[in-house]
Design a protein around this ligand. Structure first.
Ligand code: DGY
Length: 320
């Protein structure tokens, strides 16, 4: 009998086909969870999980007695209770390294779309309102030669800095757990404390992983510190931001606008007040979602899964 795997959300079809040669595959695509009878059966029998953003916590592990490995198709692993997995000797893996450029492209795109109000003006044209010339209150703001503050200068932060420095002549400030010498030398990025970065930046881009320590790192006080002409971009995780504080800052003009790829709850509820605001550009967590990147991440996650279930060390093992 083939070992059983639960595939969750977006995993490239070609990779699933390959996996189906070695494993019995059940695929859930719509945020199913405990309580859904088909999901309950699959998780009870699963030897491995491969996928995106499945909440793997004590509650789930208690109903997954056969589980040996959980393979995220993402670099972030805030969906995994790593301590609990380790305690139960269940392997966990992620897909670092291959999504940096793709995510940096998306974040720069979001930054430009927000600064130049691209979605709003796209709707203006498509809804047939472009019958008079554009009014100054529809203009955006420049990106080039501005100051970009990056919170989290890891691989993705560095890829954003590279684009901003060489492509847009931006001045780069950054805040990070430790100083990033390479970013300093290559992109003339200057390390500063968080408060200073918030006060001096025209664009603040949040790119840190999500941990207990970073929860709501951007709150009322932090948005107040930003320039009222500044733009906030979140390409990290939703719970790094206090969404009420962001709403307030956007509504009261403490900041100019925001571009958000991530939300505290995903998919975000339709009645999230942020969605009512004109000065916010939103995306459904698509930082790494391109055809090419998803394929490469799926392949790496599948390699992790194969190795793990065949008794070898997965290349991107996070624990055990
Ligand atoms: C990642 O890889 O962490 C992306 O944000 C997708 O979740």
């Amino acid at each position: 009998m083939k070992p059983k795997i639960l595939v969750y959300m977006r995993v490239d079809d070609r990779v699933i086909k390959e996996l189906a040669k070695d494993f019995e595959v059940t695929h859930f695509k719509n945020h199913e969870y405990i309580g859904d009878p088909a999901f309950d059966q699959a998780i009870r029998e699963a030897d491995g999980i491969i996928g995106l953003a499945l909440k793997v916590n004590k509650e789930l592990l208690d109903v997954a007695p056969n589980l040996k490995i959980v393979c995220n198709v993402s670099v972030g692993y805030d969906n995994l209770d790593l301590e609990e997995l380790t305690r139960r000797k269940i392997m966990a893996t992620n897909t670092p390294g291959i999504l940096d450029d793709t995510t940096a492209d998306a974040i720069l795109g979001l930054l430009i779309a927000t600064a130049r109000r691209i979605p709003e003006l796209d709707s203006f044209v498509k809804s047939g309102q472009w019958d008079i010339s554009l009014q100054p209150d529809q203009y955006g703001v420049d990106v080039h030669h501005k100051t970009l503050g990056i919170i989290g200068m890891g691989n993705i932060g560095s890829a954003i800095a590279r684009r901003a420095h060489f492509g847009f002549n931006m001045k780069i400030l950054y805040h990070n757990r430790s100083q990033n010498k390479e970013a300093g030398e290559k992109y003339q990025a200057t390390y500063c404390e968080l408060d200073e970065l918030l006060e001096k930046s025209d664009f603040v881009c949040l790119m840190i992983p999500s941990t207990k320590e970073t929860e709501k790192i951007m709150g009322y006080e932090q948005f107040k510190r930003m320039k009222n002409t500044a733009i906030f971009i979140n390409g990290s995780r939703g719970n790094n931001v206090d969404e009420d504080a962001l709403y307030n800052a956007l509504k009261n003009g403490d900041i100019l606008s925001a571009g958000i790829d991530v939300f505290t709850q995903e998919p975000t509820p339709k009645d999230n007040p942020l969605l009512q605001l004109k000065n916010i550009v939103t995306l459904p967590h698509i930082g790494s979602s391109t055809m090419e990147c998803e394929y490469n991440m799926s392949k790496l996650a599948a390699e992790n899964l194969m190795k793990g279930l065949h008794g070898k060390k997965p290349p991107c093992l996070l624990n055990v």
